[in-house]
Design a protein around this ligand. Structure first.
Ligand SMILES: Nc1nc2c(ncn2[C@@H]2O[C@H](COP(=O)(O)OP(=O)(O)O)[C@@H](O)[C@H]2O)c(=O)[nH]1
Ligand SMILES: [Mg+2]
Length: 201
């Protein structure tokens, strides 16, 4: 849940990068860390290693500067694969303001993407079994691979994103398309937050 501090006019939100094992979640965070300007980096996050906090969670804090008079920060998280029970995923998702769903664009990975989307839905369910509605952006990764291995964006959307959430093709390895998707999810989160922020004044 976004943390709003009206006295200091600060807002801190969180976005989870969710997806199947080996889809490239850690690579996406590295790509963002490498490409944002130094003043946007909200701290050093040694994610992707096997020790310390980084073994539990990939975490990249970003400082977005001042937006509409408010100092805005976003904490980006990815949950490392297979180290956590669904209970932990649920806990982290319960606290998030938006999700960047990373799907491997390779045709051979479709079943894993579908399974990951199912686990996202299940872990977003509230206790009444209704999925929590929150900003969702799809990121179709590994577009640097040969085209014959990949599903088209239209096919990926048909299978994974029939409701037409924003979608982006990317290569996290080459750093293409990732910042655009990040921008889209942060914009949606900030828009959703607008009314809550006004109430906190
Ligand atoms: N070709 C290609 N490989 C990628 C891309 N992103 C990640 N990978 C590779 O996919 C594997 C898994 O990446 P990783 O970030 O560890 O996935 P995670 O398990 O979701 O965190 C690694 O070998 C990465 O180098 C990409 O955009 N293109
Ligand atoms: Mg990882």
């Amino acid at each position: 849940m976004a943390r709003i501090n009206p006295e200091r006019r600060e807002v801190t939100t969180s976005v989870v990068v969710y997806g199947a094992p080996k889809v490239g979640k850690t690579t996406i965070l590295h790509c963002i860390q490498d490409r944002v300007t130094p003043e946007r980096r909200g701290g050093y996050a040694p994610f992707g290693s096997d020790s310390g906090v980084a073994a539990l969670l990939d975490w990249l804090p970003l400082d977005l500067g001042v937006i509409a008079g408010w100092r805005a920060r976003v904490d980006l998280y990815a949950i490392p694969d297979q180290r956590h029970a669904d209970a932990t995923r649920r806990l982290i998702l319960a606290d998030t303001d938006g999700v960047l769903f990373a799907a491997d664009a390779q045709a051979g990975r479709l079943a894993e993407n579908v399974a990951a989307l199912g686990s996202l839905r299940a872990n977003l369910d509230d206790h009444d079994g209704r999925p929590r509605e929150l900003p969702l952006v799809f990121l179709y990764t590994k577009h640097d691979l040969p085209a014959e291995l990949l599903l088209t964006r239209a096919a990926l959307n048909q299978e994974l994103n029939p409701r037409g959430h924003p979608d982006f093709a990317c290569s996290a390895l080459r750093g293409e398309g990732v910042l655009e998707a990040l921008h889209a999810v942060i914009t949606a989160v900030m828009r959703q937050l607008g009314p809550a922020r006004e109430q906190a004044r």
